[in-house]
Ligand binder design. Structure first.
Ligand code: FEO
Ligand code: CA
Ligand code: CA
Ligand code: CA
Length: 674
């Protein structure tokens, strides 16, 4: 690819543009559908402000404790741990035997296929009979932390990659266990006598793993790039893995997002050396950063599907949104290729006024993009089955954020006249969707600072984009070759800080409050970090690299520091909740925070929860009555080993750490956070 994205402005220019833009907004000339107020154009003015419930909990301080820390008056239950069996016919994992090598046993993978997976991430709650105390949880199991599973495994990071390869060479049976511990766990849950528990042997209980057959739906079904030796028709993939966040459709199905698939495929060098392979295949894998000779997880050593030199098109069957019906435990999940292929963080469907379905999605990598799919068909609230394939036909768009404060959703549509045509490596619409990142780049999409969850506020309809951070964003002019193309590393209007060490949140208002609109206005909502000292700004015209901004909220003493926002969620009052994955100011543990999005306390962010040592906090899903908050505690004890655990959560004492789902409630009941 030779085309460059539009030149990013210099940092000083950004400030000048910002000031000009404020004048435009204050003159009422912007397309923002709501009235504008002062320097925070989205502040306090919408009709829903009165609906915002006050957040009444007492904020906690950041913590380094190996514990779940909650405000006074709150408690939690561990709903399910990694390794607990969903069926009484299969034993639970005996975690006391991990360091003795229990997962090397020949039955380990078989058992794991019926046990709750490791490293839980997204959680969605599907009520049974409309209840808030009884439902089906769909939970992603994103990846495995093999050093916490197998004695002697050196872990994956840094120089240990080559060592872990030697380990997998010696103990290749660990690959089957790891594949069985990833994917999705579906489990019935109930609250009885005040405590949440999972229901063993429920008819809804199910594991979907990296080997489960999954149909391919949408325009890429059957496409040449989707065909493999094991599936010559290109219509059925084997498994799902790297499942990060997700979403739920208005017709009650679960969407699971395949994210960091590049970490599983090895040997691009050998593929490149072959002269019988379409160069666009190699280029596409480079664009997905599968450039390493070896993979992070070394699955290729036990399954040739993950060896690019043997199975060049296998990666094209991953990196999709997968739809699962939690109420149909024998149904075949479907990869919805119309929603594009990239490192999907999650997928948030919203019904537009005209009945079409808009699905908002982030591509979580440095300098990647934000997407919106709009269905051709309309949602039928009276006929669940009629909605089953709504996500197979429609148009995928990618966001361009202009410095003016407006933005465009640009359609990713094959066109013989270009730019998405054969000369650019696209033979048809299937190619455009399979190589969505390359297509988005050619359209001039705005490269973002790792877009994670993108979700609509249920009270205002505004869209919030969590950009987790980007250490490669630099104030100094520069370029970096990242993801197979050269990118300008300078800040742009929607990613205004460099380096962006703590992340930020963007707020979008679709033109006319219409989710099918192709125009929007946007605003920086949060610049995360430490609000103490003189770092807190209330005027976005004065951004410095260490500035923090909380939607214009001015009282620094009221605010909690935060870094690396990842999953976001909303309560019914429209308060924004978020959980974090990464560095915190003050080096405390990851946790959960909440803030109003409207009213006088818009931007008043308070820490609600802190997780145990080494964990990432994921999920952030409320029960329908807002009285339970489900959270995933992912990779507690990260950086430790079975011999030297860094965390003993959740079971305490000298126990091994285990990723688990928790349910947080107010003692005596009531809306969480009130
Ligand atoms: Fe798997 Fe983007 O976090
Ligand atoms: Ca994660
Ligand atoms: Ca995530
Ligand atoms: Ca993350």
């Amino acid at each position: 690819m030779t085309r460059r994205a539009p030149d990013a402005p210099l940092f000083e220019d950004l400030l000048a543009q910002r000031l000009t833009r404020r004048q435009v907004l204050q003159a009422g000339a912007a397309i923002a559908p709501m009235a504008l107020a002062g320097c925070a154009p989205f502040a306090t003015s919408d009709a829903n402000a009165s609906k915002t419930a006050s957040l009444g909990f007492k904020a906690i301080q950041g913590s380094k404790a190996d514990a779940i820390v909650l405000p006074p008056g709150y408690s939690y239950d561990v709903v399910i741990r990694w390794g607990e069996s969903l069926f009484s016919s299969v034993p639970d994992l005996d975690a006391t035997k991990l360091d003795a090598g229990t997962l090397f046993e020949p039955t380990a993978a078989l058992h794991q296929r019926s046990q709750f997976g490791q490293n839980c991430d997204a959680i969605h709650f599907f009520p049974l009979n409309g209840r808030s105390d009884h439902g089906v949880l769909c939970v992603n199991n994103e990846y495995t932390d093999d050093a916490l599973m197998f004695p002697g495994h050196p872990g994956f990071r840094g120089l240990r990659g080559a060592v872990s390869r030697a380990f997998v060479e010696q103990y290749s049976q660990v690959v089957a266990v790891s594949k069985a511990a990833q994917g999705v766990s579906i489990v019935e849950v109930k609250r009885e006598r005040g405590r949440w528990r999972f229901v063993k042997d429920s008819r809804y209980n199910r594991r979907i793993t990296a080997d489960t057959p999954i149909d391919i739906g949408g325009p890429a079904r059957g496409a040449a790039l989707m065909q493999t030796k094991d599936d010559p028709a290109g219509e059925r993939a084997f498994g799902t893995f790297a499942n990060c966040a997700g979403g739920e459709t208005p017709w009650g199905t679960y969407l699971t997002a395949e994210e960091n698939i590049q970490d599983y495929f090895a040997n691009l060098d050998q593929l490149k050396a072959r002269n019988d392979v379409d160069p666009f295949i190699v280029e596409s894998h480079r664009r997905f950063r599968m450039w390493k000779a070896q993979s992070l997880y070394n699955w290729d050593m036990a399954d040739s599907r993950f060896n690019l030199a043997v199975a060049p098109t296998e990666p094209f069957r991953f990196g999709w949104i997968v739809e699962i019906d939690p109420l149909d435990p024998t149904g075949t999940p479907v990869k919805r290729t119309a929603l594009g292929r990239f490192a999907h963080e999650g997928a948030s469907p919203v019904i537009a006024r005209n009945g079409r379905v808009a699905v908002y999605m982030g591509d979580d990598d440095k300098f990647e993009y934000v997407y919106k799919f709009i269905s051709n068909g309309r949602f039928d609230p009276k006929n669940r089955a009629a909605n089953r394939n709504l996500l197979d036909q429609g148009t995928l768009h990618v966001a361009r954020f202009d410095a003016s404060g407006k933005g465009q959703w640009l359609p990713l549509v094959f066109d013989p006249k270009g730019p998405l045509n054969a000369a650019a490596g696209f033979r048809d619409q299937a190619d455009v969707l399979i190589k969505a990142r390359m297509a988005a780049y050619l359209l001039g999409a705005t490269p973002m600072d790792r877009p994670e969850d993108v979700e609509a506020n249920p009270t205002s309809g505004r869209i919030y984009i969590a950009c987790t951070r980007n250490e490669n964003r630099t104030v100094e002019p520069g370029t970096v070759t990242y993801g197979g193309r050269e990118v300008d590393t300078r800040p742009n209007a929607a990613n205004p800080r460099g380096a962006n060490n703590f992340g930020h949140i963007i707020e979008i208002a679709e033109a006319g409050d219409d989710h099918t609109s192709l125009e929007f206005s946007w605003e920086v909502f949060l610049l995360a970090g430490d609000p103490s000292g003189d770092r807190l700004i209330t005027d976005l015209g004065r951004i410095k690299p260490d500035s923090v901004y909380y939607a214009g909220y001015a009282n620094a003493e009221d605010l909690s520091p935060i870094g690396s926002p990842d999953n976001i969620g909303f309560d019914r009052a429209g308060n924004l909740w978020m959980v974090t994955d990464g560095t915190q100011p003050g080096v405390s543990n990851n946790g959960c925070w909440a803030m109003p999005t409207t009213g006088p306390n818009r931007g008043r962010l308070q820490q609600f929860m802190s997780g145990p040592v080494g964990c990432e906090v994921c999920g952030c899903q409320f029960s329908p009555d807002d009285e339970t908050l489900f959270i995933s505690i992912q990779h507690p004890g990260e950086g430790g080993t079975t011999a030297e655990p860094r965390s003993h959560w959740p079971d305490g004492g000298t126990s091994q750490p285990r990723a688990s789902v928790i349910a947080i409630r107010k003692d005596g009941g009531g809306v969480v956070g009130s």
